[in-house]
Design a protein around this ligand. Sequence first.
Ligand code: NAD
Length: 517
Amino acid sequence: MADAATLSPKSSSAFQANLDRAAPLLKQLRADGIGHLINGEIVASSSGETFATSSPIDNAELAQVARGTAADIDRAAKAAKDAFPAWRDMAPAKRRKILNKIADAIEARADDIAVLECIDTGQAHRFMAKAAIRAAENFRFFADKCAEARDGLNTPSDEHWNVSTRVPIGPVGVITPWNTPFMLSTWKIAPALAAGCTVVHKPAEWSPVTADMLTRICKDAGLPHGVLNTVHGFGEEAGKALTEHPAIKAIAFVGETATGAAIMAQGAPTLKRVHFELGGKNPVIVFDDADLDRALDAVVFMIYSLNGERCTSSSRLLVQQSIADKFIEKLAARVRALKVGHPLDPATEVGPLIHQRHLDKVCSYFDIARKDGATVAVGGARYEGPGGGHYVQPTLVTGARSDMRVAQDEVFGPFLTVIPFKDEAEAIAVANDIRYGLTGYVWTGDMGRGLRVADALEAGMIWLNSENVRHLPTPFGGMKQSGIGRDGGDYSFEFYMETKHVSLARGTHKIQKLGAV
Ligand code: NAD
């Protein structure tokens, strides 16, 4: 087992400071291991089984993690069920206070969370440094909405006052993936708690470390026992049991499209409500009248940041033929210059990929691209980084057609496929020629065209002349095979709550008299 300080040679004082911050945290993590949080206690699996989690930087084991089974999910679901009435009925102001306390604690530990997330997932520190702050914002944003969560509509008719209100649906399951796991988990858990639901969280098995931190933060912040339960383990075991448990009323899931389909089937016998944030193969369309310098910055950022392990990454570049050669030349130079390296080095732009299996999947697309007749213009091989980590060369594939696998499959790595187009109609046709529909990015100097294309794109979120800039009240989610439902602001409450209609008679309407003599 390597210490953080042995993971890679130091190259700057900020890098060394990150390594120094990580060293005692890793020591503690190894000593404590990672347990489940069930009914306010950190516990081992009922089977006593554990699995190892290791760092993509050098495959060093980071901790032994409790391997949750159906029995552990049952304990957690029962705890969530028992805790539900008191949490549901707690005054919103009190709930708000607890959620804000969690936000404070996340902020206080933001630097620790950042370095551990980098070591557990391989994400570069420059992107993770602010991820915990965003997670705290998620808690604060939804804390402020605790009181309004129950608001409904007044729709009066001639003889009745008709009002609607919302009530929390009950204990819910939250299943999260390994990409930016801390921020994503809070994005799901914070609105559920604000709505008055209790939660059983099943974090991804490849990135359990910061889920464990969130668990401990919530426990220490005074979240009542059973309100948040975390069960670690594998998808087909703990995850499946969660989706099948009768006490769990809804499943909020973030992950692959195929897993979403499996969860829908698993949850069918107990009629689970589902919310899915799934895969994407998102187009960025660059027209010849765009601000090409800004477009280039955004194109590079939206696929090579976060290792390209990002659902909203713009992994298909559609560029107008008239500017394609010049744009691709500049793009290729930028891709060649990307800094691959140790994730705790602030200079690093692309870190190691999460897991050997994922690295193999990403690398398999180099041959697929060549076989299909596309050109691997930059990259196209593993990157031999220090420590034997899961590094890959940032890759640019040009000359692709829409029917090629590199234009259709979600590679989920630092891998960009370029497809040239002739005009607006062809750009729209190619952009929509895909089973996914999460996001789309459009670059043009003609706002009329921008609006026409935004209207025509089959995607849940469109950014015009911008990279993905998230605003918490706005709807987040995908069309087609990229998801079901929306998150963000009030949209989150639509999922975690039931709408209840109450009708009050004015006492004036005529009631039919049946059986009257
Ligand atoms: P994954 O689907 O393999 O796993 C996600 C979670 O589901 C994990 O916790 C896993 O243990 C669990 N799981 C697996 N099989 C299960 C089953 N049968 N029943 C219940 N749970 C099960 O996804 P991943 O590889 O961890 O994450 C990457 C994927 O997530 C990509 O496709 C990416 O696009 C997607 N993603 C989407 C969004 C979005 O907002 N649309 C955000 C982030 C990630």
